[in-house]
Write a protein that binds this ligand. Sequence first.
Ligand code: 6GU
Length: 240
Amino acid sequence: MSSEVERDVVPCIKILTLFPDMVRTVLETSIPGRAARQGQVRYEVVDIRDFSVDKHRTVDDTAYGGGAGMIMMAQPVVEAVESVRQHDDATVILTTPQGETFDEALTLELLDDLRQKGELILVCGHYKGIDERAIELVVNREVSIGDYVLSGGELPALVIADALVRRIEGVLHNEDSANNDSFTAVRDGGLDCQWYTKPPEYRGLSVPEVLLSGHHANIEKWRADQARRRTEERRPDLQD
Ligand code: 6GU
């Protein structure tokens, strides 16, 4: 069935949220927007509220056992996932502070997933939580973007989408500028060096001489040394 294969050539990131306008706006902007316009990725943004079954479009309720805050109901979440999921084995991620921490390794893993399965589903968590049964039924991975609490899972889902899209081949104009970013293999998982552009002097501050020398081997050595030094100073935890 070549038409089915054809349909899956452009990988699709599907984001399920209570704030679809916020998510769409970001996905239309900058590199994620350009990637979609160039046909290198597709986005589907789904309003979880469309799957509510009552006339008030309710999607959350108080917690059993008491406690402050509303909990997202299982039913709208489960049915929203089922409505967009093309393959039963698609990876479905819930953004939640209780998840594993998002990093370069997870970026590459999810990128691989997106390539192989043609889709990646991101469910934006509710600030207080979602009914555990929805997680049990349709979620296979829980991801956090760091140790602080945000008002919702939308920004984390967009962070994950952005990190993935910029790594899809052909999305960045100069492939180099992705491959030598901080945290990548070329940087040995460490930080990037400092960069300068014109003019050669600004408010008494000069661009390091070596960068103006035109000596490419020396420039590359200087950059590698600076990157190593920054990683040592700022992020010793990233060193081998
Ligand atoms: Cl994934 N969700 C929320 N609500 N807060 C966060 C987060 C996720 N990651 C870091 N903080």
